[in-house]
Design a protein around this ligand. Structure first.
Ligand code: NAD
Length: 468
């Protein structure tokens, strides 16, 4: 006998299951039946799939495992070792064998019992995975920067908005009290009129995977002593020594995905993909979604951005193993004549975010907070009488995502915020590449009168990958 489902007991998954069994399922379900009209939130546990379980993926997943209204039911990675570690982590936590592993994210996303996904694949893959997840109507916790190019970011924004899904970006600093307090100081006008914002990011490279050191150890056998992977270029004995077959556990063709096929070299794979523009965006794009995201929060620029961008940087040879910008300084003009400086490797710009106004300043970084007024340094929050403008408060970044899945309200870092937070980094890199100032139309999201610069807004995908 068919079980009757009451309104109360029907959640999104039960509905889909019951509908699938009893009636012909329409191709497109109205958002209201999925609890997406803001009135009928899904009840019960949120079933989560996790995609990309290298470094940040497991960290995010640990936070979701700690939330009792969320169940991690599936994990996906194209490195069999990473996938097995992920399954062990999840199944050990629940003391079951229920979390299912996937090599192909399409298969995970096709599961109708999955409500939401956490995506922590390298930047090269953000747009393809996120747009497919949105098409499948999964709510998404997606990593920063939103995507590898501005055009890919636009595709994600469009897919998220069209499918009315909840989006949270991995820009978790917004869920931390010191960043919240600093942004509120600025938004409440306590530093007077804002004139200048300084965003200090790291420079150079960091050998996150340890494979950089391994590579240098290997190169020590050569007569030319090489101490820097940004000096290793194709066709040299050093390059030939480092290029090997990919490990059997890794699906290297898919890992390269839409990027240009390149020989496998372990020092630019997991974690260190950031240091090659084929797959990443260097320190600038790695950090833009953190400190520039916070800068924008204080500036009230979550839906706007700069109109003029001029950057100067130092770059290794374009075909070097690690080829991303090693030192950079970008000056950006914002509305109300506010200047932003984004810099890496310049001693006058301190790491973190500093807002300077006509009557004071405030600076914040991970583990650091300072201000022109000593009173603002006291306490976790500003005193209530100073908080005429109260910024969004979250109880924790992953927690906020789960709350918003239920309430269908925007998260603390929705997709438009992520889009606008990363744009200054993308445009800064473009300006450095073409070697001149560029003008940006915030509304149409186009570069004015510079066809060479405009080409960098997008990239060509390797066959057979394409963005729908
Ligand atoms: N919010 C933060 O503080 C923070 C910190 C670190 C990284 N990140 C972001 O997280 C993302 C991942 O970075 P990471 O350092 O963890 O990289 P990583 O290389 O350590 O891990 C990426 C994982 O994705 C897998 N992968 C690659 N392509 C895939 C595909 N098509 N399908 C399934 N799995 C695939 C890889 O095998 C690897 O296991 C990046 O966007 C990065 O910017 C955010």
């Amino acid at each position: 006998m068919k079980k009757m489902l009451t309104n109360k007991s029907v959640n999104r998954r039960q509905f889909l299951k019951a509908a699938g069994a009893a009636i012909v399922l329409p191709t497109i379900l109205p958002s209201s039946v999925l609890g997406r009209d803001g009135n009928t939130p899904p009840s019960g546990k949120i079933n989560l799939g996790v995609i990309g379980m290298g470094w940040q993926g497991p960290g995010n997943t640990q936070s979701f495992l700690a939330e009792s209204d969320c169940q991690v039911v599936a994990a996906c990675d194209i490195d069999a070792g990473h996938l097995q570690d992920a399954l062990n982590m999840v199944n050990d936590h629940y003391q079951t064998k229920d979390c299912k592993g996937y090599h192909d994210y399409h298969e995970l996303l096709a599961r109708e019992d999955i409500d939401a996904v956490m995506i922590a694949v390298p930047d090269n893959w953000h747009a393809l995975v996120a747009t497919e997840a949105a098409r499948r109507k999964k709510d998404i916790y997606g990593e920063k920067p939103l995507a590898k190019t501005i055009a890919e970011q636009q595709a994600i924004v469009k897919a998220v908005e069209k499918n009315k899904i909840i989006w949270q970006t991995g820009s978790w600093q917004r869920s931390q009290a010191p960043f919240h307090k600093a942004a509120e100081i600025v938004r409440n006008g306590l530093i007077g009129d804002l004139t200048r914002v300084e965003v200090g990011l790291p420079a150079g490279f960091a050998d996150f995977s340890g494979e950089g050191k391994e590579a240098l150890n290997k190169l020590a056998a050569l007569p030319d002593k090489i101490s820097d992977l940004s000096k290793v270029t194709p066709g040299t004995p050093a390059w030939n020594l480092l290029a090997t077959d990919p490990p059997a556990a890794l699906d290297y063709n898919t890992w390269i995905g839409p990027a240009k096929m390149e020989p496998y070299i372990a020092a630019r794979l997991h974690k260190n993909w950031r240091w090659n523009y084929n797959t990443g965006g260097g320190q600038l794009l790695d950090w833009i979604g953190h400190h520039c995201d916070i800068a924008h929060w204080g500036m009230d620029c979550d839906n706007s951005g700069p109109s003029e961008i001029e950057g100067q940087g130092e770059f290794p040879a374009p075909d070097a193993l690690w080829n991303t910008c090693t030192k950079y300084r970008i000056e950006l003009k914002y509305p109300k004549n506010i200047t932003m400086v984004i810099a890496g490797g310049h001693g006058d710009i301190r790491s973190g975010t500093k807002w300077i106004g006509t009557e004071g300043w405030v600076w914040v970084d991970r583990g650091g907070f300072d201000a022109s007024n000593a009173d603002w340094k006291k306490g976790k929050n500003l005193p209530d009488e100073l908080r005429k403008v109260k910024l969004y408060e979250s109880r924790g970044h992953q927690r906020n995502f789960l709350d918003c899945i239920k309430s269908r309200q925007p998260t603390i870092t929705p997709v438009q915020t992520a889009h606008h937070s990363a744009i200054p980094g993308h445009l800064g890199l473009i300006s450095m590449r073409v070697g001149r100032k560029i003008s940006w139309d915030v509304k149409s999201e186009k570069i004015h009168g510079d066809s060479e610069a405009s080409k960098w807004l997008t990239r060509t995908y390797r066959t057979p990958w394409h963005l729908a």
